[in-house]
Design a binder for this molecule. Structure first.
Ligand code: IMP
Length: 214
């Protein structure tokens, strides 16, 4: 991995420290309520596991997997559920745990979908947020880190299903994209969703109608 990595943006220590801060805030906000954490697979696996363990509140945990479809290099916000929740969220306090909010289109769809199921409350916690997320209508109540527009990997986040197990958040060296036949994902919201090297080869960078899972 060493040569594939360009930069370490957020160290494991800083991740744990910030997750501890978020957990303290969430503990205080939900002090008298029973909370259901909904993790969005696969990217949120690490933050969900660490956040849940940092919380003092007893929480329930459930998971969803979604695939977002795009056209060209743009995420369209058209989303398909690959794995739905196992539980009914009607009347429950739900906190969606996301890895990263980029364009926010996937999250916006997810929030609308979950809201239609009648939860008592619904909030979002995202480990990372890119500047483009400011343009969406989704309110992210708990944000770990606001980062610059760059394609990041590690701590759950992938490029072509690789690097999810890195204990830190980093950026990839350009030769990795080149080896996959593409160019580095551009630092825009839509283009930074480029986990599919085949797509990167045909479009320069970015997602295609083939869809991307988190
Ligand atoms: P959005 O709909 O544009 O907000 O896309 C959100 C999803 O795209 C995230 O849940 C990730 O799966 C993926 N994504 C966006 N940016 C990155 C990145 O920099 N690295 C890895 N995955 C990303």
């Amino acid at each position: 991995m060493g040569a594939d990595l360009e930069d370490v943006l957020i160290t494991p220590e800083r991740l744990q420290q910030r997750i501890g801060e978020l957990a303290a805030q969430i503990d205080a906000d939900y002090a008298d309520r029973e909370l259901l954490l909904v993790g969005v697979l696969k990217g949120a696996v690490m933050v969900m596991a660490d956040l849940a363990r940092a919380l003092r509140l007893p929480v329930h945990m459930d998971w969803m997997a979604v695939s977002s479809y795009g056209s060209g290099t743009k995420s369209s916000g058209v989303v398909r559920i690959l794995k739905d929740l196992d539980c009914d969220i009607t009347g429950r306090h739900v906190l969606v745990v996301e890895d990263i909010v980029d364009s926010g289109l996937t999250l916006s769809w997810l929030v609308r979908n979950l809201q239609s199921r009648g939860p008592a409350s619904l909030r979002v916690c995202a480990l990372l947020r890119k500047p483009s997320a400011a343009r969406t209508d989704v309110d992210v109540a708990y944000v770990g880190f606001d980062i610059a527009d760059a394609f990041v990997i590690g701590y759950g986040l992938d490029y072509a299903e690789r690097y999810r197990n890195l204990p830190f958040i980093g950026t990839l060296a350009p030769h990795v994209y080149a080896a996959d036949g593409g160019t580095a994902p551009e630092s825009t919201a839509a283009a930074s969703k480029a986990p599919d090297p085949a797509a990167a080869g045909s479009t320069g960078a970015g997602s295609t109608g083939a869809g991307n899972t988190s």
